[in-house]
Design a protein around this ligand. Structure first.
Ligand SMILES: [Zn+2]
Length: 224
């Protein structure tokens, strides 16, 4: 189906053929009808009324994702979420000559809430709070999944490219090693990022000796 395209002067001209989103996602909606209908009913019961075709687009994008083993309709990671919303859905729309809704990040927020609330989110997924982060960052959403006003600052630092589980495990290792060495974990990270360590706070009257540093004068065994 050809869709009129709005031009700069406000005229609508069939510049190039586009497919209506509802037509483009029809096969995905049929393939996953039960899941999508459940999501739409859940969304409506919570006052959100997300369009089922938009949920179908999420399904199509997830099916088209870059790492199929890690990415299914119900299994999501923080980095996978970012990739689906930033690349896989736009790519799928380009291949199918259709346009994605501006609210696609809000749609994904709703999708995750539905999966989580109804026990459908695969337990191998990252925590829901982590899945929301790339939506808030890339989609400029607030902590309730609503679009921030024009010109508002992003509310969280970007973690879109950091795999949640491996990053958390590495940070945990650093903390454990710092417990043994007495070093401040953040100083390890600051040094890795090329920043100078932050001077330690000393109690009044202290002569400035690094009490924690004296606990393990050997420090890191591998040159940290
Ligand atoms: Zn980001």
């Amino acid at each position: 189906m050809s869709v009129p395209v709005a031009t700069m002067d406000g005229m609508t001209t069939p510049k190039y053929p586009l497919t209506e989103l509802s037509d483009a996602v029809a096969p995905a909606r049929e393939r996953h009808r039960r899941l999508i209908d459940s999501a739409a009913a859940w969304s409506a019961s919570h006052g959100r009324h997300t369009d089922p075709d938009h949920f179908a687009l999420v399904c199509a994008g997830a099916e088209n994702a870059w790492r199929p083993p890690d990415q299914t309709l119900t299994r999501w990671t923080r980095t996978g979420t970012h990739h689906v919303v930033r690349c896989d859905i736009p790519n799928w729309c380009s291949m199918n000559s259709t346009l994605w809704p501006a609210s696609i990040c809000e749609v994904l927020w709703d999708w995750f809430d539905f999966l989580h609330a109804t026990g459908r989110l695969d337990s191998r997924s990252d925590p829901v709070a982590e899945l929301r982060k790339p939506l808030a960052c890339y989609g400029w959403l607030d902590q309730d999944g609503r679009r921030l006003p024009q010109g508002a600052e992003r509310q969280i630092p970007c973690e879109c490219f950091l795999p949640y589980r491996e990053t958390a495990e590495l940070l945990g290792e650093i903390v454990l090693r710092c417990e043994r060495s007495g070093e401040e974990p953040l100083d390890v990270l600051r040094r890795a990022a090329g920043h100078a360590p932050v001077p330690r706070w000393s109690p009044a009257g202290d002569d400035g000796a690094d009490l924690f540093g004296e606990l393990d004068p050997g420090g890191w065994s591998d040159g940290w």
